[in-house]
Ligand binder design. Structure first.
Ligand code: CP3
Length: 344
């Protein structure tokens, strides 16, 4: 079985530039909204392997995508750690019991895979549904990004609590990040054992840190994850994505990962010249282009593709998730344009 998505990550020859889209299964699709309604709410959907499989397959059935991504959330690990995850309408994720003290961190169980069997059942269910149609991406959050939600108690604009801990009690934060890194390694290992063909680590909030703090509090732990997972699964490609991480791409590409995700604030051509000899690059159309007309979307796709000079090593994606109010027809325009313009 040979997939363009996996080949591009390994810098092997491809038939055309592969594309998948972050949040490709989600609220912009009416069939997703219907299944979510049937499940009751978002977390019930995540915790039901059959329904999670159904929504994972929805964009694969509708568009000519080159990879499927497990339908789940990065906050499953903190939920399994006992923090009480819930989603309040319009406000995003929240925790009933956020991390506040050293005792809270010490109380976190070392091993949480037992409470995440629904995720691994989801992976194997999706894997059978996919067959040889497309490879399956498993994922987790980065320790730093998970810790922001666990300490802030939800989304944050200032990151006041976690940054206060970083400066006042750095060893305490390191203890939490280390526990998270170990849980993430076990979680990703089990996803591969259940059928994931490739892995991605989402570091949505790494970009809010200064250079040195990014290296010490975010990248170091992602490096640990890459080494830990590669020790068990040397052939499973791993992509790291630090949103707003454009200033750290040299360091990210030196972790031993296979792919680096980039957002739209950097130029793909510049990034290729900087790290393209070491890793594959995933990205990086501005997600707001999806609000434009089909003609403009096609023109913007061409601009991104033209920047990349290598024969392989580019995986097309948006620079962040597709937004809920995008017209699904524009997703078809996007996917087909990438394939049309990059066909060899
Ligand atoms: O990409 C995919 O299609 C796979 C599924 C996926 C989801 N979340 C589904 C989801 C993935 C990979 C994630 C990762 C995730 N979750 C991240 C990292 C990636 C990123 O976006 O930077 C983060 C930070 C989260 C935490 C989270 N979960 C947020 C901030 C939200 C949005 C809350 C809101 O109301 O907009 C979620 C919920 C979520 N995760 C949704 C989906 C489809 C929307 C839930 C719904 O149906 O209402």
């Amino acid at each position: 079985m040979s997939f363009d998505y996996i080949n591009a990550l390994l810098k092997k020859p491809t038939t055309r530039t592969p594309i998948w889209v972050m949040r490709q299964a989600g609220r912009y699709l009416p069939e997703y909204r219907a299944t979510r309604k049937q499940a009751g709410d978002f977390m019930s959907l995540c915790k039901n392997p059959e329904l999670a499989c159904e929504v994972t397959m929805q964009p694969i059935d509708r568009f000519d995508l080159d990879a499927a991504i497990l339908f789940s959330d990065i906050l499953t690990i903190p939920d399994a750690m006992g923090l009480g995850l819930y989603f309040s309408e319009g406000e995003g994720p929240k925790f009933e019991r956020p991390i506040q003290t050293l005792a809270d961190i010490e109380a976190i169980p070392a091993e949480v895979n037992n409470d995440l069997t629904y995720v691994f059942d989801g992976v194997s269910t999706i894997k059978s549904a996919l067959g040889t149609r497309a490879p399956l991406i498993g994922f987790s959050g980065s320790p730093w990004t998970l810790a922001t939600y666990m300490i802030e108690g939800g989304s944050s604009k200032t990151f006041a609590k976690i940054k206060a801990m970083l400066f006042n009690e750095p060893q305490m934060l390191h203890l939490l990040l280390d526990k998270l890194a170990n849980s993430v390694i076990a979680y990703l290992d089990q996803q591969v054992q259940s059928g994931a063909d490739s892995l991605m680590v989402f570091d949505t909030w790494g970009g809010v840190l200064s250079k040195q703090n990014y290296l010490d509090f975010s990248l170091d732990y992602m490096q640990k994850i890459v080494s830990g997972v590669k020790a068990k699964h040397p052939n499973t490609p791993i992509t790291l994505f630090s949103k707003n991480g454009g200033k750290h791409l040299g360091e990210i590409s030196a972790t031993g990962c296979d792919g680096v995700g980039i957002d739209w604030t950097v130029e793909l051509g510049d990034v290729e010249r900087q790290i393209g000899d070491k890793v594959a690059i995933q990205g990086n159309l501005d997600p707001a282009v999806m609000y434009a007309t089909p003609e403009i979307i096609r023109a913007e796709v061409k601009k991104v593709l033209d920047q990349f000079k290598g024969d392989t090593g580019h995986i097309f994606n948006l620079g962040h998730g597709i937004t809920p109010d995008v017209d699904p027809e524009n997703m078809k325009v996007l996917v087909d344009a990438v394939h049309e313009f990059s066909a060899k």
